[in-house]
Design a protein around this ligand. Structure first.
Ligand code: ATP
Length: 238
């Protein structure tokens, strides 16, 4: 579904990615883990074509480096939930979910509300009145109405209390069960291990290595390496 090979990326003259390679098969979830500033968000931006890159980015087997973001997203059915959720603060919950959606596709709202029933009674409220967890649900609902094949998720648990994070990951599990392919950025390695199929450690703009989430020894090694670089990257194992 998605393959990055020796990808480099820049913000103006500042190089943020030096060598990122990863592979994500359809229906699977790959979690990018690593310290603050390692390049996880930048990797998502590179996949979306939001910043200049070099190296190979293949989506559904097709070279995508030259495709503009809008075309990339449309052609390959990509939806993204960005860090900070990217909601439009002046709009209602309903407007946030359907923004950009053609009117004849509004019935997809029902599908999204099946997944996030807590939003049903809040549709007409300003999105800012919702709790952080509910706002994250709005951001996810907005992605779901796109009926994506590939979902890019940047730190869905950021700033949320542990109980709410459990709830959000419960919703994400339902999305996974539907066969959606996911590229997830998650600072909490234990959480990433419990949710994803594979973990890819990003360090100083490089993909250090990828391990299967069910390989305990490999995940421990990855944690040690991440931990040795920055203690904040590590959360205690449950
Ligand atoms: P975090 O968890 O803190 O978001 P991250 O792993 O997602 O960390 P990135 O946000 O991808 O890290 O940042 C990678 C590098 O790129 C960092 O050195 C960061 O300072 C730099 N960077 C990020 N955004 C910009 C920007 N808009 N302009 C210049 N440099 C940037």
């Amino acid at each position: 579904m998605l393959e990055l090979d020796h990808v480099t990326a820049w913000y103006g003259r500042t190089q943020a990615l030096f060598d990122v390679s990863l592979s994500l098969r359809a229906g699977r979830c790959l979690a990018l883990v690593g310290t603050n500033g390692a390049g996880k968000t930048t990797t998502i931006r590179a996949v979306l074509g939001l910043i200049p890159t070099a190296g190979s980015i293949r989506i559904e087997g097709e070279s995508s480096e030259r495709l503009a973001t809008a075309k990339r997203v449309r052609r390959h059915g990509i939806a993204a939930v960005h860090e900070g959720r990217g909601l439009l603060k002046r709009l209602s919950v309903f407007e946030n979910i359907v923004v950009g959606l053609p009117r004849n596709a509004y019935d997809r709202l029902d599908e999204a509300l099946e997944l996030f029933p807590a939003l049903k009674s809040r549709l007409t409220e300003p999105v800012t009145l919702l709790s952080g967890g509910q706002q994250q649900m709005v951001a996810l609902a907005r992605a779901v109405v796109e009926r994506p094949k590939l979902l890019l998720l940047d730190e869905p648990s950021l700033g949320l209390a542990p109980g709410i994070v459990d709830e959000i990951y419960g919703h994400l599990s339902k999305l996974r069960a539907s066969g959606l392919t996911m590229l997830l950025v998650e600072q909490n390695i234990a959480r990433a291990r419990d949710f994803a199929d594979e973990l890819c450690l990003i360090q100083t703009g490089r993909s250090a290595f990828t391990v299967r989430a069910d390989n305990e020894a490999a995940v421990s090694g990855l944690m040690e390496l991440a931990f040795s670089q920055n203690e904040t990257a590590h959360q205690p194992l449950a």
